[in-house]
Design a protein around this ligand. Structure first.
Ligand code: UDP
Ligand code: MN
Length: 264
C-alpha cells in the first residue's frame, strides 16, 4: 500500500539535526504535499528529538548494525563508511512510493514537489566534477532489494572512491553520467555553496531560480553566530561572497523565526 511521497533527511547528531529542522521548516514554508521523514541515530538529545517530532511527520531511528550480519560487519571495519551506511537506510522506507533525499545542510527556497515526477536515480551534477552527481539531493525509489544490493556493493573493497556516500552512489548508479538526461536534475535543485566563487556571474544571473541551496563543505551555517537585532553573522566567514552571505542569512532567518521558537 505504498502510494505516497516523502522528503527524507538524516541527522546522526544534534548539530546536523539543527540543519534538519531548518530544512523541514523551509520545505513547509514553500509548501508540499509530501511527508517529511528524518532518519536519526540514538545519539540525539531528548530536546532535539522532541523538536524533530513536531517538525517532521516521521522519525526513523536507524538500527544499530547487526552483529551476526556479515555484510554489515564488513562495513563496520571501515568506519569512514559509517555515514554512507546510514544514508542508504533511506532505501528501506518502502512505505513510500518515491522519495527525495536531501542532506540536512540543505535549505529550500522554491517548491520542489515536481521532483517526485522524476525516476530513480536522479541527481544534479557535482560542481567540482560534473561527470559525477552530488549526493546531497537525489530522487530514489525505496526498495529493500536495492538496499541489499547497495550493502553488498559497499562491502566490496574500494567501493567508495571518496570514502563517503557520494563515491559509493556514483559507482553504483554509474550509468547516471551517460544515461537518460532526464535523470540529471537542474543545478538549481542543488546549488552547492562552494560553487559560488567558481561561477559567480551564473549564480547572480540565476539566483531567483534557485530551489535548493546546499551548504556542502566544512563550514556549516549552524557553526556561525547570528545576531537577530542587526542581522549580522560572525564566525569563520573568510572568502564568503555577498551572495553566499545572503544564503547563510536566509538559513539563519528560518532558524531564528521558525526553529528557535519550537526549540525552547
Ligand atoms: N550527516 C550526519 N552526521 C554526520 C555527518 C553527516 O547526520 O556526522 C548527514 C547529514 O544529513 C549531512 C549528510 O550526512 O548533510 C552528508 O554530510 P555533509 O553534508 O557534512 O557532507 P558535504 O555535503 O559537506 O559533503
Ligand atoms: Mn551536505
Amino acid at each position: 500500500m505504498s502510494s505516497s511521497n516523502a522528503f527524507v533527511t538524516l541527522a546522526t547528531n544534534d548539530s546536523y539535526a539543527l540543519g534538519a529542522l531548518v530544512l523541514a521548516e523551509s520545505i513547509r514554508k514553500v509548501g508540499t504535499s509530501a511527508k517529511l521523514v528524518v532518519l536519526i541515530s540514538n545519539h540525539l538529545s531528548d530536546l532535539i528529538k522532541q523538536t524533530l517530532e513536531t517538525s517532521f511527520d516521521e522519525l526513523v531511528i536507524v538500527e544499530e548494525l547487526n552483529s551476526n550480519d556479515v555484510e554489515h560487519l564488513t562495513l563496520l571495519s571501515r568506519p569512514e563508511l559509517g555515514i554512507t551506511f546510514t544514508k542508504i537506510n533511506c532505501w528501506l522506507l518502502e512505505q513510500y512510493e518515491k522519495c527525495v533525499f536531501l542532506d540536512s545542510d540543505c535549505v529550500v527556497r522554491r517548491p520542489i514537489d515536481d521532483l517526485f515526477q522524476r525516476e530513480e536515480f536522479s541527481a544534479a551534477p557535482d560542481a567540482g566534477w560534473p561527470d559525477c552527481f552530488n549526493s546531497g539531493v537525489f530522487v530514489f525509489k525505496p526498495s529493500k532489494e536495492t538496499f541489499r544490493q547497495l550493502m553488498n556493493f559497499a562491502s566490496q573493497q574500494n567501493s567508495s572512491f571518496d570514502g563517503g556516500d557520494q563515491g559509493l552512489l556514483n559507482d553504483f548508479f554509474s550509468n547516471w553520467r551517460t544515461g537518460d538526461i532526464s535523470r540529471h536534475l537542474p543545478f538549481t535543485y542543488n546549488v552547492t555553496a562552494n560553487a559560488f566563487y567558481s561561477y559567480l556571474p551564473a549564480v547572480t544571473r540565476f539566483r531567483n531560480d534557485i530551489h535548493v541551496v546546499h551548504f556542502a563543505g566544512a563550514t556549516k551555517p549552524w557553526q556561525l553566530t547570528y545576531n537577530p537585532q542587526n542581522e549580522q553573522l560572525s564566525g569563520n566567514l573568510t572568502g564568503q561572497s555577498d551572495i553566499q552571505r545572503d544564503f547563510l542569512l536566509f538559513w539563519w532567518r528560518i532558524m531564528h523565526q521558525h526553529v528557535w521558537p519550537i526549540l525552547t
